[in-house]
Design a protein around this ligand. Structure first.
Ligand code: AHM
Ligand code: MG
Length: 337
């Protein structure tokens, strides 16, 4: 039974925290601050359709003010919402080359926040769903200030991860390692309400999500796997349907709820130097934590995403993520090459 449906995100966070008697409330504060940033970003994303009236992002609006690009706005919003709370010691964002330190005037906390402020933002002017992705670690260094070492971690060290999808409604989905919970923003009261309790992904889906225009860049294993999905064999649920939005959070969210596999393999145009696109720390790890908590899998094709030790803040990895049996089947094809 969905006994908690409709409770606010704040109450849910507090109740989750009560499961850990030693908790200080710090972590609750962190997630709460993030949910506020999400509401503000949601408001701005929803106004994007008014660009004709208010001025396109990157231009000067009718009031003579520069209109910030939404990804820049989202990045600044998250930094501002998170830097003063005393929960964090350092942050890193997909938008910044280097780590983001906490300004001197604010207290330092024990947590590290990594985030992609507005993934898929190139889609925004066409009213396509976009998202914010985040991941939280506990600090590991012990010096006066946190360092990049606190950010270069393995996904298995995450203590929380989540995303906000700005779509037909705004939803925040997160895990602290105790299952996956989804909250829908009720704009009339400005609160995220629990709408999806203990989300589980189907063991096997009927859809695949990949940029098929890149076929010429794929390794042979990926090509054979996609061909296999398209063959007709009703006894094994094939052919699969293709669903690709080109906005990672939206593609992932759909597959999480309906089952399926998302693939962004490396570009093998130069077989000696395969080039992946998606980032380990801001995109792959947080979604991997969520999918595993929901019973699914995330892999590079040959390695569990969350087992990779990050060596660079903007390191990129192939990402194959979704229903467990589908990811396992992909790994078999990949291994045979
Ligand atoms: P971004 O971080 O620059 O927004 O790019 C990431 C996006 C993802 O949302 C999406 O899955 C992918 O790029 C789509 O790439 P492509 O257009 O190559 O299919
Ligand atoms: Mg991104």
């Amino acid at each position: 039974m969905q006994k908690n449906k409709g409770i606010t995100i704040q109450r849910h966070i507090v109740e989750q925290e009560r499961l850990f008697p030693q908790a200080t409330g710090d972590f609750t504060g962190l997630l709460w601050d993030l949910s506020i940033a999400a509401k503000i970003i949601s408001r701005e994303v929803n106004k994007a359709g008014l660009a004709e009236i208010l001025g396109l992002t990157g231009e000067v609006n009718i009031h003579g003010e520069a209109v910030k690009k939404l990804d820049v706005f989202a990045n600044e919003r998250i930094c501002k919402s998170m830097e003063h709370g005393g929960h964090l010691c350092i942050m890193a964002s997909e938008e910044n080359d280097d780590v983001i330190t906490i300004p001197e005037e604010f207290p330092r906390g024990k947590y590290v926040l990594m985030f992609d402020p507005l993934d898929g933002s190139s889609n925004i002017d066409a009213n396509v769903s976009v998202g914010t992705i985040f991941s939280v670690y506990r600090r590991k260094t012990t010096g006066k200030e946190a360092t990049i070492e606190d950010c270069l971690r393995k996904g298995t060290e995450q203590i929380a991860a989540g995303y906000i999808v700005y779509g037909s409604s705004t939803m925040m989905v997160y895990t602290t390692g105790q299952g996956v919970y989804g909250f829908t923003l009720d704009p009339s009261i400005g609160e995220f309400l629990l709408s999806h309790e203990n989300i589980k992904i189907a063991a096997k889906g009927r859809t695949y999500s990949i940029n098929e225009g890149n076929t010429h860049t794929w390794d042979e294993g990926t090509r054979r796997y996609i061909r296999y999905l398209k063959e007709s064999d009703p006894s094994t649920g094939r052919p699969y349907s293709l669903r690709y939005i080109g906005s990672l959070v939206a593609d992932f969210h759909r597959n999480l709820l309906y089952g399926g596999i998302f693939l962004y393999p490396a570009d093998y145009k130069d077989p000696k130097k395969p080039k992946p696109k998606l980032r380990l720390l801001y995109e792959a790890n947080p979604l991997a934590f969520i999918v595993e908590q929901a019973g699914g899998m995330a892999s590079t094709g040959e390695e569990r995403i969350m087992d990779i030790q990050a060596s660079d803040l903007h390191q990129k990895v192939p990402l194959i993520i979704g229903s467990r049996e589908d990811v396992l089947a992909y790994e078999k094809y990949f291994e045979q090459e």
